[in-house]
Design a protein around this ligand. Sequence first.
Ligand code: MOS
Length: 702
Amino acid sequence: MTTVTPGAPLRTTSVGTAHTRIEGRDKVTGAARYAGEVPFADLAYGWLVLSTVARGRIRALDTEPVLAMPGVLAVLDHRNAPRVETGYTGLLGKPDPTCAVFQHDRVPHLGWPVALVVAETSEQAREAAEALVVHYEQEPHDVGFGGEHPDAYPADGFMPAVTEKGDLDAALASSAVVVDAEYTTPEEHHNPMEPHATTARWDGGRLELIDSNQGATWVVGELANLFSLDPASIRVRSEHVGGGFGSKGVRAHQVAAVMATTVLQRPVRVVLTRRQMFSLAGYRSPTSQRVRLGADADGRLRALEHRSLSLSSTVYEFIEPSAAVARVMYDAEAHHTANRIVRLDVPTPTWMRAPGEAPGSFALEAALDELAEKCGLDPIELRLRNEPDKGPVSGLPFAGRNLPACFREGARRFGWADRDPRPGVRRDGRWLLGTGTAAASFHAGAAPSTATATAHPDGTFTVRISAADIGTGARTALTLVAADALQVPPDRVQVRIGDSDFGPAMIAGGSMGTRSWSWAVQIAAGELLERLALGADIPPEGITVRSDTAAAIGALTPAERHSFGAQFAEVAVDVATGEVRVRRMLGIFAAGRIVNPLTARGQFLGGMIWGISMALHEEAVRDRASGGHVGADLAGYHVATHADVPRIEADWIDDPDPADPVGIKGIGEIGIVGAAAALANAVWHATGVRHRSLPIRPDRVL
Ligand code: MOS
């Protein structure tokens, strides 16, 4: 055992060095089991039946013939399913009836779960589900987003809907240069590689789920509320999760699986198909945004207005807060922002990587580029001239704002200084070439979490925390943090995650997971070292110390805490075919201390590649007549694939957060922020044409 000084600051021996994923071999060899793969004796399979109408009422379900089909065990629907509680306050603050399935005969959108067919095999369940005839009383529906919506209203969500400072009209009137533009982004879907999957069973009086989610204790909390159970009587395990991106909370399939296992007293597995994910897993609302900027001739902003409209379902009020990014990025004497929504007969949207910032930064950062053009200023210089010294709306100081440093480093590495600002003048054969840039920011926060650290007699350690590694590399990052906190090499530490029995912890969300968990791990490990320093003998069961960060996080001084970044892109545009090819991208980020450079780079690049996807490909098309999607699968919904991804690099500048014990800010989401704007700005630089509607499809380029 190393000699330690109690309370010594974290020595970063492992943090900051590249480590491959601890579970990497298990994942690529298939040894890692996901929620839909864990074997259970006596397992039954549930298959969801989704509504085929966009609004109305279930008149009847012909369950009898289905119950007579081979292997069918039960059909649950609104007539016979267990009742659940929806009047509770959950993680989202207000009841979310989206996952409260089979409680009524209302159909609020196409793809709403109307029944669960349970059978001995997955194939039997599917066949029976497809054979189930449901009779509807159809009502007129409205799924059409865009244009005027008289029923739209400002909606708060996690932040005020509206912020207003100064006289906007007066500031615009007195501005030498004005940009007034509308931007739109389409409905976008997360679609992680691993579909949503859960296996539920009652085990010795406890409800247990093997589940693919972004936070095991979150799922426990929501299920406890819904089924009026003591949280201690529920255990959720999620050892491996194949992507989440905001979509993996509590959804219809887990609730249906719990109902079925309760009724049948057998383990029941429910897995969503790719198509079902398009209506059951949440998605990013389309947005319609108006940005008005007024500036002096030298580019200094006098007026800034950012208004965003998004949609939600009739079931639940979810807000995509796109205008909020302007509350962080730029100041002006007149500064107005507003997030509004309209309720339509569509599935409920949800968090999707960088909710708000991703579409919001497209509009705001594209508008900044238009302003730079009108002012005859370099777009980076325009941004540097408008760096605020405090939060434009909050008035709070920034706890670190290294955006200028990101732009300087990015410009140097991208070769920005040689850029000819004129649009539409560079050619490479049939291609027009252009470059663009945009700023990125994402909220940096931490949420209370608990962890335990155990010292074993053989000199090894086990750390337990109910963290979720949704593919981010969180397990590996936490191992590095724990190793440093325990002052041992990483191979002496086993980090166990994904089990709600390890105690409450932050979800893998809001780019706050690894930071929140690391904080708890670091405190538990530090206190364990202090205990060991007192010279105690380690009994066979080890010595265990538990941490809780609630007090430490509650004591944080109020400040504007964000990660920042500068995105750069070069595109080639074929004006004969309308094709846009990305030639290279660079992102430079100021995002706190980087725990594992290997997986951090992957996180940034993943976000930037999603930005390519968002700028050029992704678009869920909703058919107004049926209320459903056209092409709700990975053939019809285009995402960037390898052939679309160019030479792309992400790097970072030193930016440790002094308020965090490990210096972390969080990196999960900032990679996508600003990426689509940098690409759209590059398309303008190539062609001289502004594309204010995403995706920049070939037919729009022509
Ligand atoms: Mo993220 S959209 O907070 O999972």
